[in-house]
Design a protein around this ligand. Structure first.
Ligand code: ADP
Ligand code: MG
Ligand code: MG
Length: 315
C-alpha cells in the first residue's frame, strides 16, 4: 500500500528588479529548494541584463546608441516591447528612460521631484518608440535623438516567465507560482488541480490583505500596475511612476490600478502598464484582441472589466 506524501510548498523571497520576488514551488521529484534557487538565479540574470541602471545590454545600448549582433533573447524582448507599443498606440512605450530618470523613479535612492515644464519638454524630445530602429535580420538596434530604453514595464513579467521555464526544464510537473511585486505567473495549479487565488489589492488600502476582487488561476499570468507602488505626494497631488508618453507627466486617466490576465507574465505586465495609461477609453476594450483581459479600478473605486475577465472570477 503506497500513500503519496502530501505536497508541501517551499517559499523563497528575495529583492530583485526593484521589488520583492516570491517563488512558491513544490515538486514530487526534486528538491523545491533547488528549483527555487535556480529560478531566483534566472530572475537575477534578467535584472542584470535588462535593467537600465545595470551593466547589461540595455545600459550599453543607452550609452552607445546602437547595438550589433544582439542575442536572441534581447531581440525577443525588444521586438515584443515594440509590438506592444504599436498595439497600444504608444500608451506602452519602452523609451521613457529620460522621463523615469528626470522624475527620480529610476532608482529607490534617486531624489523624486516635479521637473520644470522645460525639462519635461526636453525629455519628450528624446522619447517615443519611433526613435528606435530595430532590424531583426541584422540583429541591429539603434536609438536616435538621445532616446533611452526603459524596460521597467515589461522586464519583470519576462523575468517571471523565464524563471518558470527554468523550473519546468528541471521538473515539468512542478507546481506553484512566482510573484514579482504583483506580476504573477503560475508554474502549475495548487496541489496539481486547484487554482491559485490571487487578490486584487485595494489601491487605497492599508495592506496587501485589503483585497477588492479575487481571481482564480490554474495557469497563465496576471499583473497589476498601480499608482501606489512608487509615488510621492506634493501639494496633495500624487505623482507616480507610470507616465503618459504624450504629456511626460504621471498618467491621469482616472485609473488607480489596472490588472491584466494574460497568456504570459510578460504580456500581462506590459498590457497592465498600457491599460493604466489608456484608462476607460475605447482603446482599452481592444486589449482582449491581444489576449489581455483587463480589470480597472477607477479613482471613485468603481470597477470596469473587459469581456471575459469575469470567467476568472468564478470558483
Ligand atoms: P510596476 O513596476 O509597479 O510593476 P509597471 O509594470 O506598470 O509597474 O511598470 C512601470 C515602470 O515602467 C516604470 O517604473 C517605468 O520604468 C516604466 N514606464 C513608465 N511609464 C511607462 C509607459 N507608459 N510605458 C512603458 N513603460 C513605462
Ligand atoms: Mg507592467
Ligand atoms: Mg510591472
Amino acid at each position: 500500500f503506497f500513500r503519496q506524501k502530501p505536497l508541501e510548498y517551499y517559499d523563497k523571497t528575495e529583492y530583485h528588479l526593484g521589488t520583492y520576488v516570491t517563488i512558491r514551488v513544490s515538486s514530487s521529484t526534486m528538491s523545491p529548494v533547488t528549483l527555487a534557487e535556480a529560478a531566483m538565479t534566472e530572475i537575477k540574470r534578467i535584472d542584470d541584463k535588462f535593467g537600465s541602471r545595470n551593466n547589461g545590454v540595455i545600459a550599453e545600448l543607452n550609452r552607445t546608441g546602437e547595438l550589433h549582433d544582439i542575442d536572441k533573447e534581447t531581440s525577443f524582448l525588444i521586438r515584443s516591447a515594440l509590438e506592444i507599443a504599436r498595439n497600444t498606440s504608444g500608451a506602452f512605450d519602452p523609451t521613457l528612460y529620460s522621463l523615469t530618470r528626470l522624475w527620480g523613479f529610476d532608482d529607490a535612492s534617486s531624489k523624486k521631484r516635479i521637473p520644470s515644464d522645460k525639462e519635461i519638454e526636453d525629455a519628450l524630445g528624446s522619447t517615443g518608440f519611433s526613435r528606435v530602429t530595430y532590424d531583426e535580420e541584422l540583429g541591429y538596434v539603434s536609438l536616435v535623438d538621445g532616446a533611452m530604453i526603459d524596460l521597467g514595464g515589461i522586464a519583470k513579467g519576462y523575468a517571471v516567465d523565464m524563471a518558470i521555464a527554468k523550473i519546468k526544464s528541471l521538473d515539468p510537473e512542478a507546481t506553484g507560482f512566482i510573484d514579482a511585486g504583483g506580476d504573477i505567473g503560475v508554474i502549475g495549479p495548487k496541489y496539481g488541480n486547484r487554482p491559485w487565488i490571487v487578490g486584487v489589492r485595494n489601491p487605497r488600502g492599508e495592506s496587501v490583505q485589503d483585497v477588492l476582487e479575487y481571481i482564480y488561476l490554474y495557469d497563465g499570468a496576471v499583473a497589476t500596475s498601480g499608482d501606489y507602488e512608487r509615488f510621492f505626494i506634493e501639494n496633495n497631488v500624487r505623482y507616480h511612476h507610470i507616465f503618459d508618453p504624450e504629456t511626460g507627466f504621471p498618467s491621469r486617466s482616472g485609473v488607480i490600478s489596472a490588472t491584466v490576465i494574460g497568456k504570459s507574465t510578460m504580456l500581462a505586465d506590459a498590457y497592465a502598464t498600457a491599460a493604466f495609461v489608456i484608462g476607460m477609453e475605447p482603446g482599452v476594450t481592444f486589449l482582449p484582441r491581444f489576449g489581455a483581459l483587463v480589470l480597472l479600478v477607477m479613482e471613485d473605486m468603481s470597477i470596469f472589466r473587459s469581456p471575459g475577465f469575469e470567467v476568472y472570477q468564478e470558483k
